[in-house]
Design a protein around this ligand. Structure first.
Ligand SMILES: C[S@@+](CC[C@H](N)C(=O)[O-])C[C@H]1O[C@@H](n2cnc3c(N)ncnc32)[C@H](O)[C@@H]1O
Length: 188
């Protein structure tokens, strides 16, 4: 039986959308953008993906690296990277970016998404979950960036939308806001 590394290290379970995506994406090279201390990266590693996990928080990467070393994991490469640079250097079958775009510089988000798309292999996937701010539900959190209605979907014209919604969610502090959730496949 595989030991659940998230539980072993006191981390939350992987994001529900990452888990759901793994039901349709076969293990491949995956990039976890904004990995924090690795809840999604560890899950993906245990599913057999070849994981690159990046975050601009060096302490989070150090913590993940300690787990990688302790467990002798050979399929996670954790490194410090500022997503605002929009300069990925490799191509991936799956790029996952959950609840991270809302911390970026608003002026670069479009470029970051284009860079993700350009570094996705043919028939590969992008998963994005990000806060929104709409007339009906203005974002109550001081995020630097939020999507408008339909904005994320429009950025993926020409891709196959496997999943797209703008559902209302509740933060840990009870605040309600919409989240744009997208799983899209790059048409070869
Ligand atoms: C809310 S956490 C989400 C973590 C993870 N994706 C998840 O689903 O649990 C946001 C993460 O994005 C990282 N982050 C914020 N701005 C970043 C940037 N410019 N470059 C890289 N990572 C960034 C933060 O350090 C933090 O770990």
């Amino acid at each position: 039986m595989t030991i659940d590394l998230n539980s072993r290290y006191g981390l939350n379970a992987a994001h529900s959308e990452v888990k759901a995506a793994c039901n349709i994406i076969t293990p491949c090279k995956v990039l976890d953008m904004g990995c924090s201390n690795g809840r999604n990266a560890l899950f993906l590693s245990q599913q057999g993906f070849e994981v690159t996990a990046v975050d601009n928080n060096a302490n989070a990467i150090d913590m993940l690296q300690r787990i990688i070393n302790d467990e002798g994991l050979n399929n996670i490469n954790a490194k410090v990277y500022d997503i605002n640079q929009a300069q990925l250097s490799e191509s991936y079958g799956f790029i996952s970016c959950t609840v991270t775009l809302m911390f970026l510089k608003p002026s670069v988000v479009d470029k970051v998404i284009k860079d993700m798309q350009a570094h996705t292999a043919p028939n590969g996937y992008n998963l994005i979950v990000c806060a929104m701010s709409t007339d009906q539900y203005p974002c109550p959190m001081p995020f630097s960036f939020t999507f408008d209605t339909g904005e994320l979907k429009n950025a993926y014209q020409g891709w196959e939308l496997i999943k797209y919604n703008e559902e209302l969610g509740t933060m840990h502090n009870g605040a309600q806001l919409q989240f744009a959730t997208l799983l899209a496949k790059k048409i070869a």
